[in-house]
Design a protein around this ligand. Structure first.
Ligand code: ATP
Length: 369
């Protein structure tokens, strides 16, 4: 399976920015309602929005919302229950009447589908054009590597496997079905040829999921373009069963018993990185932001560089998430990094603060698409 760079862009329909601006022209900036799908990081998004004085709306599609009763400070003012995602399209006029701004998160985009999310005629925080670059692994690689940020090497021909590799199926989510192979024989043993896949160098090192926020509205702090780049927090993911597999002996032994490693995210742990790596991680994030403006009009708001640091202190980014990630959830009351910018602030609250600033300065059109 080869990876094609510089390919032609797939053709997507995205709701035109003019249409979003038309809807926004009717909005009352003092009455904005922050809405998102109830899951993933929605507790944090609602909690942050309420702290910043917004009304909130939880959109549910066949989801049990009773757990929100257990967290009153993060419970949305209103639940809107839907039978499926098509209903959001049918009810977009109602959302516009309520001055709704949608906050994307991983589950929202994944369950709805990136393409459909781009078609929604409801104002969304962030640049929806990023979805097309992010949801295609080849385009994502083109963006990140052309920003000068190293990624794990791609092995185009399985017969060339001369080091541990990770085989990633394209449709896989949360690392489900990925497998590790150390040579061609192991690759042949594990591969499912019916699915498209990529073979990537397995980067041996420690994983850090770096949560940045780029504000085109702020001119304080670490300046990038006309805005500023903030490091809000860092987490490491708990992944089942790879994280605990070592307790049972070698992976070879496990394979003989039909037990294969998997990378399913089950939780998140807060971490900090050694201070001497900070210049490098800021530089990487800065270049990714700058390149995004050249390629597709930019990323702004929260994004995450999913990285591995080797024992030579090289950093390789294996994925970017261009929205709030669930790894920010441990930081609802701030983080070792956010506390040096905005004490006690979560990424959810930072999003709300950005929308509030934009509403107060008549700049909503610059951050909603
Ligand atoms: P998600 O969309 O939930 O982020 P995904 O299906 O796109 O997941 P990745 O994020 O690419 O999968 O990878 C899942 C996990 O596999 C990572 O969290 C990491 O533990 C591991 N991983 C990914 N790429 C590499 C690599 N090149 N070397 C070593 N480990 C890797």
């Amino acid at each position: 399976m080869t990876e094609t760079l510089n390919q032609e862009l797939p053709c997507y329909y995205m709701v035109p920015k003019e249409r979003v601006d038309e809807i926004l022209a009717e909005y009352n900036p003092d009455e904005i309602v922050i809405a998102t799908l109830t899951s993933h990081s929605s507790l944090q998004i609602f909690h942050g929005a309420r702290k910043m004085g917004f009304k909130t709306m939880g959109i549910t599609v066949n989801h049990d919302t009773r757990y929100f009763d257990a967290f009153p400070l993060a419970k949305p003012d209103e639940f809107v229950k839907m039978k499926d995602f098509d209903e959001i399209f049918d009810r977009s006029g109602e959302f516009a009447d309520k001055n709704v701004v949608l906050i994307p998160h991983g589950s929202f985009v994944e369950y709805m589908g990136a393409k459909r999310f781009q078609e929604l005629d409801i104002p969304v925080y962030g640049n929806r054009a990023v979805l097309q670059w992010e949801s295609d692994r080849d385009m994502e690689r083109q963006w990140i590597t052309s920003a000068g940020v190293p990624m794990p090497r791609i092995i185009n021909d399985a017969r060339d496997i001369d080091q541990p590799v990770l085989v990633k199926y394209h449709g896989a989510k949360g690392g489900r079905g990925f497998f590790v192979a150390k040579d061609y024989a192991e690759f042949k043993m594990g591969i499912d040829h019916t699915q498209p896949y990529t073979i990537q160098e397995y980067v041996l090192g420690t994983r850090y999921y770096l949560h940045f926020f780029y504000s085109p509205l702020s001119s304080e702090g670490y300046k990038v373009r006309d805005g500023s780049l903030e490091l809000m927090s860092i987490d490491r993911r708990d992944e089942s069963n790879i994280d605990e597999m070592y307790k049972l002996g070698s992976q070879e032994d496990m394979k003989r018993q039909g037990l294969f490693p998997s990378f399913v995210v089950t939780g998140n742990v807060p971490v900090v990185i050694r201070e001497s790596l900070l210049p490098k991680v800021f530089n990487m994030a800065e270049n990714v932001v700058k390149r995004s403006y050249e390629l597709f009009g930019g990323i702004w708001g929260p994004f995450c560089l999913e990285s591995i640091v080797t024992d030579k202190l090289e950093i390789k980014v294996f994925e970017i998430s261009s929205r709030i990630v669930a790894g920010t959830n441990p930081f609802i009351s701030g983080s070792p990094y956010a506390d040096m910018i905005y004490p006690g602030m979560s990424t959810g609250a930072r999003i709300a603060m950005e929308i509030k600033n934009a509403a107060e300065t008549d700049r909503l059109g610059e951050i909603l698409t």
